[in-house]
Design a binder for this molecule. Sequence first.
Ligand code: GSH
Length: 417
Amino acid sequence: MSLGTLYGNFRIRTWVPQAIIKKFGLDIKIIAPEDNEQQFAKDFPLKKVPGFLGPEGFKLTETMAVMYYLTKLIPDEEAKRELLGANAEEQAQVIRWLSFANSELLIELVNVFKPLLGMSPFIKPLFDAAVAKVDQITAVFEERLIEHTYLASEDITLADLFATTVFARGFQHCLGSEWRAAHPAITRWYNTVKASDYLEEFFVDFKPCDKPLQPPQNNKKKEAKKETKKEAKKPSAEKPKAAAEAEKPAEQPKKPKHPLELLGKASFPLEDWKRKYSNEDTRPVALPWFWEHYNPEEYSIWRVDFKYNDELTLCFMSNNQVGGFMERLSASVKYMFGCIVVYGEDRNNGIVGAVMLRGQDYVPAFDVAPDWTSYDYAKLDPSKEEDKEFINTMWAWDKPVVINGEPREISDGKVLK
Ligand SMILES: N[C@@H](CCC(=O)N[C@@H](CS)C(=O)NCC(=O)O)C(=O)O
């Protein structure tokens, strides 16, 4: 009899639950919430992962509870004892480190890397406070791991597995090689735990960053320029304050207009098109309408290729990467429409898309997303049958896409609208 269903995806809070199921071959189905959003919202109205559905209406949220329960289902008693701790002291330490990683380390790391990724506003005092908290919290890990191989006992426990996945996010975005060199015990422990046969699969193509992400430059540059102009008229004593102000995008007097706004109103009804695309059958109805109304002088269409397809692993993770990119493009979305899809299969997939945007330059539309340089952009010419068909396929996802001469099935994708 099936033991249940786990909602899990690329999010690190779901990695260890997935790892336990896979390593011990538990009869539990793993579903990405993205694959059945309606059902997920019905089962878990807060729409947070992980979520676990067991037999007879048994339902769990909270990653610590899910990890605990799944571990209890493992038939191998020895493995169970190792993961949970062999006695009350070890068990309590497992809970302690799990909680510390989940509710202290992860929260503060998110407060550091979200603003760096442009996923939340960059507010310097809050950012600096989060960096200081991460320093304090990680010092506690370093201190323990200087003296001991693992966190809670002399074996790998749930705490090591989970905390390693949390550090993975930190290493990915903001704890660069300099930081890791300054924390040799954490780095040694992380490398050991990630290579364990629990987590190995999740780290196959995972690369920690060398240099941490830097605070967003766009606002700062624009503000700095403005300030330089103003400074000419100001007494020099005010300069340091002006420079300090430039560091605070949250206090900008007026939000600058999006550069594409300056191109004026287009005659092509973008919003009508977005509605048509959402409501009509794409290939037979929406696309003929589009080509009838499209005005290449107002809008250009670009092929978008992810530069690092070799680093992609599981398709759902690639698709979430696309989703993240689109979220970060939100400031430009009213000047854009397009689809970016994932083609291929797990461990052999790529990301490609076709995106229409106002004007003839792709930069002002895309550079609102901090990771826009991770993609290559090539202008398409819809008067050429080949380019037009590429756009049709990208927007309809109904046929394989030809990549390097080879037809590849589209496995997933997202619409930018
Ligand atoms: N306290 C919960 C937090 C769960 C949580 O925030 N999950 C995140 C992913 S790590 C999520 O699902 N976020 C999606 C969203 O907020 O929409 C736990 O420890 O499991």
